[in-house]
Design a protein around this ligand. Structure first.
Ligand SMILES: NC(=O)c1ccc[n+]([C@@H]2O[C@H](COP(=O)([O-])OP(=O)(O)OC[C@H]3O[C@@H](n4cnc5c(N)ncnc54)[C@H](OP(=O)(O)O)[C@@H]3O)[C@@H](O)[C@H]2O)c1
Length: 279
């Protein structure tokens, strides 16, 4: 499995398993299968309410802690004290004493609150409890502000990215600042059977004797993006994992870039109240 380095040198596998909307029971069953297939990178979040299930299965798996990689995300913005409690809870739930990549799940509209949360995350990074740190759903404006004030710069931004939302300008912006892009909804939440995406992706899939899902994943991998497709289906775990072997031609990459419609399947982070709640 290809590893991707953050600017601090820490590496995680480029292809992982997304776990949003997996119930604890589904997460348990899926993690067991995913490990058999070869997945070693698991993307969860406090909001997904499956950290306990994932932590349990990884613990039981027999894998050593350094043999698998965990991303989790702080569900919300709180006082410093409560933020620390939430972080400690994640560590307990995931049955680990460190997290490979820890993210702020959603920005707050108040830049000072983002910074206050970030200071806590920096503290855990300095203690070695987080090996890499970053954000999710941050707009350029929010990222600029964080970069200006951060002691430790964020290493990743997890944002919606797929053939209908290629994020070319944002990827360039992040690349220039050595921030890794992690794609969420890499399979367009299953909507790739819609026109015009289907026609183009199906033809490219045919060229490679592959499936459309595999082409969507390979397109992201070919761009050095960290990909975390989610599935609870055993055959799709295998299918999605095999996408790492597909190399698309420059022309095929361009054909997929041309599908960009700025189409989102999730809320636009610039217009959401996620992350605005405080306890
Ligand atoms: N940071 C954030 O705010 C944020 C937001 C959303 C998501 N995420 C992360 O990103 C991960 C991926 O995004 P996502 O779960 O929203 O969507 P996704 O990975 O784009 O799509 C998942 C959907 O595609 C289906 N699917 C999976 N493999 C397939 C295949 N080979 N062929 C056909 N259909 C397939 C799945 O069905 P089955 O499961 O039924 O097989 C599921 O319905 C999440 O799980 C989560 O970890 C982060």
């Amino acid at each position: 499995m290809k590893m991707i380095s953050f600017y601090n040198g820490y590496q995680i596998p480029q292809l992982g398993l997304g776990t949003f909307l997996m119930s604890p029971e589904q997460a348990e069953a899926t993690v067991i299968e995913a490990i058999k297939v070869g997945y070693r990178h698991f993307d969860t979040a406090q909001m997904y309410q499956n950290e306990v299930a994932i932590g349990n299965e990884l613990k039981k798996s027999g894998l050593k802690r350094e043999e698998y990689y965990l991303t989790t995300k702080l569900g919300n913005h709180h006082s410093v004290e409560v933020t620390k409690k939430k972080i400690e809870q994640s560590l307990k739930d995931l049955k680990t004493n460190y997290v490979d990549l820890f993210l702020i799940h959603w920005p707050n509209h108040d830049l000072e609150i983002n910074l206050r949360t970030w200071r806590v995350i920096e503290e855990y990074y300095k203690k070695g409890v987080f090996k890499a740190i970053g954000v999710s759903n941050f707009t350029r404006y929010q990222m600029d502000n964080l970069l200006e004030k951060a002691v430790i710069k964020p290493m990743a931004n997890q944002i919606e990215t797929h053939p209908a939302l290629s994020q070319v300008p944002t990827k360039k912006y992040l690349d220039e600042r050595e921030i890794r892009l992690i794609s969420y909804a890499p399979l367009m939440r299953g909507h790739f059977n819609e026109s015009p995406y289907f026609e183009v992706l199906a033809e490219i899939a045919n060229n490679h004797k592959a499936t459309i899902a595999q082409i969507a994943i390979a397109w992201g991998l070919n761009r050095e993006i960290i990909m975390i497709p989610k599935t609870v289906t055993k055959s799709r775990l295998i299918e999605n994992f095999a996408a790492r072997k597909i190399v698309l031609t420059a022309n095929e990459m361009e054909q997929i870039f041309a599908l960009n419609r700025g189409r989102r399947y999730y809320t636009d982070p610039a217009n959401t109240i996620h992350g605005d709640l405080l306890e």
